[in-house]
Design a protein around this ligand. Structure first.
Ligand code: NOJ
Length: 652
C-alpha cells in the first residue's frame, strides 16, 4: 500500500460526521427491544466480553459510507489514540508490547488480543505522521508559525484544511493530542529506548502542541460540542493535564520549557476552580463560563464528567484536581445526571404520563435558565445527553456521555481500592442520592470499616446500571452511533461514531480494572512520583496575575430627577470592589425622556475571566445612595475583547 493510502486508512476511523441526515429510527426498534432488562452482573460480563473485540474492529475499520460526510477531528482522534493506549497490556520493563500481549505473566493483563495490540502500536506511528501534516497546515484558525493554526478543530481526511464555517478555534485539540503522544512515548520507553527517528518526530509534535497550550490556554475557545464560545471546563482540564504531563516529560529534554509548562499548568488548574458553583447538593461544575457568543444554558453538562476522565490512572482524590473520585467531581456527576431526569421518554420505563408531558421533538424556543441541583428522589441510572437544552437532532441522549458517568464511577472505585480508603466530604449528596448509602463525612477504610466494601460495591452497581442502559441501546450487530433516539432507543445521528466505540472500550476497561483484585499499572505508578507534589499542594495566585482584561461598555436606562447621578458598582477592583465612593460614574450625555440613557464615557477595562457581580446605584441630590432592587447582576468576562451591556434600572 502506498504510504499516503496507509495514512488515510489510519485517519478515517477517526472521522465522524455531525451532518448525517436522520435515518429511520424504526429500522432498529425490534433489535433494541429484546435486549432490555439486565438480570445479573454475569450477563453484563458476558456482553462486555463479546462486544469488546467488535468495538475495537469498528475503531480500526474504515467505516466511511459517504466520504462527503467525513472529517477528522483533532479531539476525537486524540481521545481515540489515548483510549487505545489504555487497552494495551501492562509492560514489565524490557518486555516489548507484543511479547507482553502474548505473555501469561500475572501482571500483563491481555485485555485485547495480540493482534489488536499490534494494530494499536502500528496505528501510533501513522497517527504521529498524519498529525504532523495537519499541525503544519495553514487553516482558517491561523498558521503553524504563530501556532494559532493548531486550534483548528477538524480537517478533511485527505489531510487538507476544511475551509467552511465552523466553531473555531477549539483549543482542547492540541492538549489532548500532546497527552496521547506523551502517553505513548512513556509506554514504549518503559520497555526500552524509542526508535530515534520516531522519537524526534513525536517530540516535535508534542512540543508545538504544548507551546500552543501554554500560550493560549487563557484565551476563549469553542467548547467540545462546538457551540459555545467562552471558557470550557473540559478544555481547561485537558490543557492542565497536558501541561502537567509536559512539565515532567520535558524535564530532562528542555528545562526551560518544562518550567514554563509547570507554571502554566498551575495557572490552568487554578483557573479550573473558577468553574465551581455552590448547589443545594454540594458543589457542581458550570461547564461554560466567560461566554462570548450569547449562549444561555444551565451549564450542567456532560462536558464536566468527560473532563474527569482525562486524569491519569494514578490520580488521587483531591478535590481541586477534579479526578473521578474528587468530592466535587462526584457531586457534579450527581447534579449532571439529575439534570436529565424526566427529559427523555426512554428513561421513563412505562411512566406514560411523564412521557406524554414531554414535548417532542424538544425544540428550544427560550433558553432554559431554570434548573435545580436539588434531589427530591434518589437517582437511578438513566441515559444522559450532552446538556439538557440540546436541540441537535432534536436533543437526545448520547452513548458517550452516558458511558462517561459509568467510566467516572468505575475509575473512582479503582482509585479508592488502590488507596484502601474513601474520604466522604461534608455534603454527602453523592453517597445518599446516587449510591443510596447515607454515610456521613469521614474516612472509611478497608479492613477497618465494614461499610467500605459496600460503598465500593454500590458505586460499581450504579456504574453497571449506567453501562446497562447503554447496552440496551446497542443492537446485536454492535453498531454504536452518536445518539440514542430519546423515544425509540434506536441509534441516531452520526453512524458508527469512533468516539462512541472508544468510549465503550475505555468504560469496559475501567470496569474490569475496578473489578480486578488489585491493580496499578507501572506507567501510572511512575506518573505518581513525588515530582508532582507541587500539584497537590497548589496555592492559587490571585487571578489577576494571569488574566487579561475585557473592555465593557454599559448603556443603562435609568430615569432620574434633576440633581441625581447614576453609578455602577461591582465586585471587581475595576468597579470599585463594592465601595460606592470608587464606583464608576456614568454620563447622561445621551439622556432623553423616551430613552433615559446613562452610559460609560469610555469602556471599563474589567479584570478578565471571572464572574463579575454588579448593580446600578443612584446618587440622589441630597447625597444619599439608592441601590437598584433585586439580586446582584452577574456577567462573565473573557481575557480580551469587548462587549456592551445594555439594561435598565430595576425598581423596588
Ligand atoms: C460533534 C460533537 O459535538 C463534537 O464533540 C465531536 O468532536 C464531533 N461531533 C465529532 O464527533
Amino acid at each position: 500500500m502506498p504510504p499516503i493510502a496507509q495514512l488515510l486508512l489510519s485517519l478515517l476511523p477517526l472521522t465522524t460526521s455531525t451532518h448525517f441526515p436522520p435515518h429511520d429510527p424504526n429500522l432498529r426498534d425490534e433489535i433494541v427491544a429484546p435486549l432490555r432488562g439486565l438480570q445479573s452482573q454475569v450477563e453484563l460480563d458476558a456482553w462486555a466480553a463479546q462486544i469488546r473485540e467488535k468495538a475495537l474492529d469498528k475503531v480500526f475499520a474504515n467505516i466511511g459510507r459517504d466520504p462527503d460526510y467525513f472529517f477528522t477531528w483533532t479531539r476525537d482522534a486524540a481521545l481515540t489514540a489515548s483510549g487505545l493506549l489504555s487497552l494495551l497490556p501492562l509492560l514489565p520493563s524490557n518486555t516489548s508490547p507484543a511479547i507482553a500481549a502474548a505473555s501469561s505473566q500475572p501482571d500483563t493483563r491481555s485485555y485485547i488480543s495480540h493482534d489488536s495490540t499490534n494494530r494499536t502500536l502500528s496505528f501510533f506511528s501513522d497517527y504521529v505522521d498524519g498529525q504532523l501534516v495537519l499541525q503544519k497546515l495553514s487553516n482558517p484558525s491561523g498558521t503553524y508559525e504563530t501556532l494559532e493554526g493548531l486550534g483548528e478543530p477538524k480537517f478533511h481526511p485527505n489531510l487538507t484544511a476544511y475551509l467552511g464555517d465552523w466553531g473555531r478555534p477549539q483549543r482542547d485539540g492540541p492538549a489532548l493530542r500532546a497527552s496521547a503522544v506523551m502517553q505513548y512515548i512513556d509506554y514504549m520507553t518503559s520497555a526500552g529506548p524509542l526508535d530515534p527517528a520516531f522519537g524526534d518526530k513525536a517530540i516535535q509534535l508534542v512540543r508545538a502542541d504544548l507551546d500552543y497550550t501554554a500560550k493560549y490556554w487563557n484565551h476563549t475557545t469553542f467548547d467540545l460540542w462546538e457551540e459555545v464560545k467562552g471558557s470550557s471546563f473540559f478544555t481547561t482540564i485537558a490543557q492542565f493535564h497536558a501541561l502537567r504531563h509536559g512539565a515532567a516529560f520535558f524535564a530532562s529534554i528542555d528545562a526551560r520549557r518544562s518550567q514554563e509548562y509547570k507554571e502554566e499548568a498551575k495557572k490552568a488548574l487554578c483557573f479550573a476552580q473558577e468553574y465551581l458553583e455552590d448547589g443545594e447538593a454540594g458543589k457542581w461544575v458550570r461547564s461554560n463560563i466567560n461566554i462570548e457568543n450569547g449562549v444561555k444554558r444551565n451549564d450542567l453538562d456532560a462536558n464536566s464528567m468527560l473532563a474527569t476522565l482525562l486524569s491519569p490512572p494514578s490520580s488521587i482524590c483531591a478535590s481541586h484536581l477534579f479526578t473521578p473520585c474528587s468530592a466535587h467531581s462526584l457531586t457534579n456527576l450527581a447534579s449532571v445526571i439529575r439534570s436529565f431526569t424526566s427529559l427523555y421518554p426512554i428513561n421513563h420505563d412505562g411512566e406514560t404520563s411523564l412521557v406524554a408531558s414531554i414535548p417532542l421533538p424538544r425544540e428550544q424556543t427560550q433558553p432554559q435558565m431554570t434548573f435545580s441541583t436539588s434531589f427530591s428522589r434518589p437517582l437511578r441510572p438513566i441515559a444522559v445527553g450532552r446538556y439538557s437544552e440540546d436541540t441537535y437532532y432534536g436533543g437526545n441522549p448520547w452513548y458517550l456521555t452516558t458511558l462517561a458517568a459509568a467510566e467516572q464511577l468505575y475509575r473512582a472505585s479503582t482509585i479508592w481500592k488502590r488507596e484502601g480508603r474513601v474520604q466522604v466530604s461534608g455534603d454527602g449528596a453523592f453517597w445518599e442520592r446516587v449510591v443510596g448509602l447515607p454515610v456521613g463525612a469521614g474516612v472509611y477504610e478497608s479492613g477497618t470499616d465494614d461499610i467500605y466494601e459496600e460503598m465500593l460495591e454500590k458505586v460499581r452497581d450504579f456504574a453497571d446500571g449506567m453501562l446497562d442502559v447503554v447496552r440496551q441501546y446497542i443492537p446485536q450487530t454492535g453498531q454504536v452511533d452518536e445518539q440514542i433516539d430519546k423515544v425509540t432507543g434506536a441509534g441516531r445521528s452520526a453512524r458508527d461514531l469512533t468516539w462512541s466505540y472508544i468510549a465503550l472500550l475505555t468504560t469496559l476497561r475501567a470496569r474490569s480494572d475496578s473489578l480486578a483484585a488489585s491493580w496499578l499499572s507501572p506507567r501510572s505508578a511512575r506518573a505518581a512520583t513525588s515530582d508532582e507534589t507541587w500539584l497537590h499542594e497548589l496555592e492559587c495566585p490571585p487571578p489577576s496575575d494571569y488574566n487579561g482584561t475585557m473592555s465593557v461598555g454599559f448603556e443603562l436606562e435609568v430615569e432620574t430627577k434633576w440633581g441625581e447621578t447614576v453609578f455602577l458598582a461591582g465586585s471587581s477592583p475595576s468597579l470599585g470592589s463594592w465601595d460606592v465612593s470608587r464606583a464608576i460614574r456614568l454620563s447622561a450625555r445621551d439622556y432623553t425622556s423616551p430613552k433615559p440613557l446613562w452610559k460609560t464615557k469610555k469602556a471599563v477595562e474589567i479584570e478578565g475571566r471571572r464572574g463579575i457581580e454588579w448593580k446600578i446605584v443612584k446618587l440622589q441630590a441630597d447625597g444619599s445612595v439608592v441601590w437598584e432592587a433585586g439580586e446582584n447582576r452577574v456577567f462573565y468576562t473573557s481575557s480580551s475583547g469587548s462587549r456592551t451591556i445594555a439594561t435598565r434600572w430595576r425598581g423596588a
